[in-house]
Write a protein that binds this ligand. Structure first.
Ligand SMILES: *[C@@H]1O[C@H](CO)[C@@H](O)[C@H](O)[C@H]1NC(C)=O
Ligand SMILES: *[C@@H]1O[C@H](CO)[C@@H](O)[C@H](O)[C@H]1NC(C)=O
Ligand SMILES: *[C@@H]1O[C@H](CO)[C@@H](O)[C@H](O)[C@H]1NC(C)=O
Ligand SMILES: *[C@@H]1O[C@H](CO)[C@@H](O)[C@H](O)[C@H]1NC(C)=O
Length: 215
């Protein structure tokens, strides 16, 4: 599909793999903000845990609102997963990690009506201490659902640039070859006019241009 988007995807995948190998490293990658109708959309929400939060239990809330509407709780994790009755009923799936650093959900079979603002609120609660400090983080995802996957403008530009570069390189190569060929054949002419000079030319000079020369 789109080349820069693919690049971006690959580099974030590499980043994730790298983060996975060096496991204490957690990278808060932002979510994609465009979905194609009828596909599954992963709403990425990564909330990296700080050292002091490791013993906390995590509460995750996902809200949805239309542009200018009110936040509606659609999904919650509080020891158990709970999907609230909404227009997403049956279409939400937990897609996070066990350690609760990745608390993503996936919306199945996205419709055009699913465009809007998704909020992912993560709270780390300390259950056992007398005063319970809370750590919260909040992330907004402005989701746009499109009817079809379209090539975005930047990818078209970069594709055009690639072809221009290719044509330019080919032309340059041709010019270089013609120039070299001419040089060689000119040298050959003078050589044929003056055979004694030819013998005087050191042998490495004859092989200056590595272009096959026809007689
Ligand atoms: C979770 O996300 C991955 C990609 O990150 C995807 O391949 C997988 O199908 C998702 N799982 C569910 C249950 O949607
Ligand atoms: C996705 O939703 C559309 C419209 O709501 C429905 O017609 C279609 O069957 C659904 N597809 C799947 C795979 O659930
Ligand atoms: C989208 O929402 C509008 C109004 O809320 C409703 O009339 C329409 O049927 C919905 N479309 C789909 C595909 O759910
Ligand atoms: C999510 O958390 C932020 C920051 O703690 C808070 O301002 C916001 O009201 C919360 N959103 C909802 C819908 O509760």
């Amino acid at each position: 599909m789109a080349a820069p988007a693919g690049c971006l995807c690959l580099s974030s995948a590499l980043l994730l793999i790298w983060a996975g190998i060096c496991s204490p490293v957690c990278v808060e990658v932002p979510s994609e903000t465009e979905a194609v109708q009828g596909t599954h959309m992963k709403l990425l929400c990564i909330s990296c845990m700080k050292r002091e939060e490791v013993s906390a239990s995590t509460v995750v809330e996902w809200f949805y609102k239309t542009e200018g509407g009110k936040d509606e709780l659609i999904y919650e994790y509080r020891k158990v997963h709970h999907e609230f009755p909404s227009r997403f009923s049956g279409r939400l799936q937990w897609n996070g990690s066990k350690d609760m650093q990745d608390v993503s959900i996936t919306v199945l079979n996205v419709t055009l009506n699913d465009s809007g603002i998704y909020t992912c609120n993560v709270t780390r609660e300390f259950d056992f201490e007398i005063h319970r400090p809370l750590f919260t983080s909040s992330r907004l995802i402005h989701l746009t659902v499109v009817e079809e996957a379209g090539e975005d403008f930047t990818s078209v530009i970069s594709e055009i640039m690639m072809y221009i570069l290719l044509v330019f390189l080919t032309l340059w190569l041709l010019i270089e070859m013609v120039y070299c060929y001419r040089k060689v054949s000119k040298a050959e002419e003078t050589v044929q006019e003056n055979a004694t000079d030819y013998l005087a030319i050191p042998s490495e000079n004859k092989e200056n241009c590595a272009v096959p020369v026809e007689e």
